[in-house]
Design a protein around this ligand. Structure first.
Ligand code: SAH
Ligand code: SF4
Ligand code: F3S
Length: 482
């Protein structure tokens, strides 16, 4: 296929995605419609949906699954049995993208066997111009590409793909509205993801998310609270409030202490457990910390991405805080929330990160002694400011730094778990283990995975467990009889 053939497609643009508008986004409760022609197009058909990336994608997949259900589709976990395969993708690092392209390569055989099969790519990779062009040129087996702002349109897009037998691409570069009325099929029965805001305006220099997810926009508080009250009525025990930087919640609505206000209102609904993700250190206010310390149903756990311990690198990353700011915030949280667990994200090998910079990161890990950390080697993302920064650090050096960092992280993770030995913890039960039905697993308030032996336990129960052994990434225990 030549370049010209791509002209007929309206391709996404990262340049467009960078732009931000001033006025408030409209909230739409009437946007999702199933056109008459698309009614029941899924009857007798099966879909297979695979989700990559973060919780924003998981929640989108729940909406996609909800839409497909309304169209009459059933789910299958067997690729060979699928009439529709959807890959909901992540663009945050190159290896995430390579995995997806490899997977699409593998699907070619299935498409040959069943020409009626529809293969669709959606999620963050669909927002990238370069990726969409590559797919249109080199992966003819992909029939439908739709973006993160186009999910509500899925019924029509599917209809067009199936009946017009055309390859369909619909990717808006920018969000139009806040869409409130999407169907949803939640994947877990007792723990729910609840979006509180979409997009990101932070523009950390290495990160593609502000482009793939668009401008920061907060849902109205009353819509969020209604969703949570409905979840409580359905028996949900835990909600995790989602946003790329939840601490900025409400800024676009003109609220000064938006996140603290929302958090307190959610706590007052009486839901048993509240978590939130992700916190950007820059917007974490004293008032939010105070609220966290005040309500027992806000879990003592904070994921607080550090990214780097070096002020030079933090500046180049456009993170808006220094290592000292981070320490001050960390200490405040630790003091206000006794026993609080902390996890973080760290990038090594940012362009021209020196040995000294890296040592500063290790020092911060020593200071914070994280319960766990997600560590990454910097990955160049086309279209981001860091992509044009010169980088002279050899890949082997980056690999070595990652190994050193991971070793340290692992040691502190083990140490952090040891504090639970012989303690009694509260566990929200996820269910029995696949291997042994007398072993159950679930999470403590601090978000520690616990495997424990017990009888008469149900998924969704909150039980007391005595910890008898600790590992680096989980705890073992026995159920305590009340
Ligand atoms: N909004 C969240 C993070 C979303 S992306 C936050 O700011 O905390 C999750 C993590 O992926 C980031 O925290 C960062 O550590 C990592 N990441 C993002 N872009 C990356 C890149 N280009 N290379 C390597 N890691 C990256
Ligand atoms: Fe990416 Fe930074 Fe936004 Fe997080 S806050 S999504 S790292 S730009
Ligand atoms: Fe990946 Fe998109 Fe999330 S890039 S990390 S799935 S917002």
């Amino acid at each position: 296929m030549t370049m010209n053939k791509l002209d007929k497609f309206d391709l996404p643009s990262l340049d467009e995605a960078r732009k931000r508008k001033k006025e408030r986004f409209k909230v739409r409760k009437d946007l999702f419609k199933i056109p008459d022609l698309a009614k029941d197009i899924g009857k007798g058909r099966h879909y297979y949906l695979r989700t990559y990336g973060c919780q924003a994608n998981v929640r989108d997949s729940e909406n996609i699954a909800g839409i497909l259900k309304e169209l009459g589709y059933d789910e299958t976990l067997d690729l060979n049995n699928a009439d529709l395969i959807l890959l909901n993708t992540c663009a945050v690092r190159q290896n995430a993208e390579e995995k997806v392209l490899g997977e699409i390569g593998n699907l070619k055989k299935l498409k040959r066997q069943n020409p009626e099969l529809i293969i669709s790519l959606c999620g963050c990779m669909a927002q990238e111009e370069g990726i969409v062009k590559t797919i249109l040129r080199k992966y003819p087996q992909v029939d439908l590409i739709f973006g993160t702002h186009n999910i509500y349109h899925l019924p029509e897009l599917l209809y067009r793909t199936m009946l017009e037998k055309e390859r369909v691409v619909e990717v808006f570069s920018k969000p139009g509205e806040i869409i409130e009325d999407l169907p949803s099929k939640r994947f877990t029965p007792f723990k729910a993801w609840v979006n509180i805001m979409y997009g990101c305006d932070k523009f950390c220099s290495y990160c593609i998310v502000p482009y793939t997810r668009g401008q920061e926009r907060s849902r109205d508080m009353e819509d969020i609270l209604k969703e949570i009250k409905d979840l409580i009525a359905e028996g949900y025990k835990e909600v995790c409030l989602l946003g790329q930087n939840v601490n900025a919640y409400g800024k676009d609505l003109g609220m000064e202490e938006g996140f603290a206000t929302l958090l307190e209102a959610v706590a007052k609904t009486g839901i048993k457990r509240i978590r939130f993700m992700t916190s950007h250190p820059y917007n974490f206010t004293d008032h939010a910390i105070e609220i966290m310390g005040q309500y027992q149903n806000i879990m003592p756990y904070v994921h607080l991405p550090l990214q780097s311990g070096s002020d030079t690198i933090l500046k180049k990353m456009n993170r808006r805080y220094t290592s000292e700011d981070y320490k001050v915030l960390f200490d405040k949280l630790k003091k206000a929330i006794p026993g609080c667990a902390f996890t973080t994200d760290i990038i090594v090998g940012f362009p021209n990160e020196s040995d000294e910079d890296f040592l500063k990161t290790l020092e911060m890990v020593d200071y914070c002694k994280y319960d766990n950390a997600f560590t990454f080697i910097y990955s160049r993302r086309e279209g981001t400011p860091a992509a044009s920064m010169e980088d002279t650090i050899a890949p082997e050096v980056k690999e070595k730094r990652l190994a050193i960092l991971n070793k340290k992280v692992g040691e502190y993770a083990h140490l952090a778990n040891e504090r639970f030995l012989d303690q009694v913890v509260e566990v929200l039960v996820d269910g029995p283990s696949k291997k042994d039905p007398s072993v159950f697993s679930g999470y403590t308030k601090e978000n520690k995975l616990v495997n424990f032996k017990g009888e008469g336990v149900k998924c969704g129960d909150i039980v007391k467990v005595k910890i008898v052994a600790t590992k680096s990434f989980s705890l073992d225990g026995n159920l305590l009889k009340e």
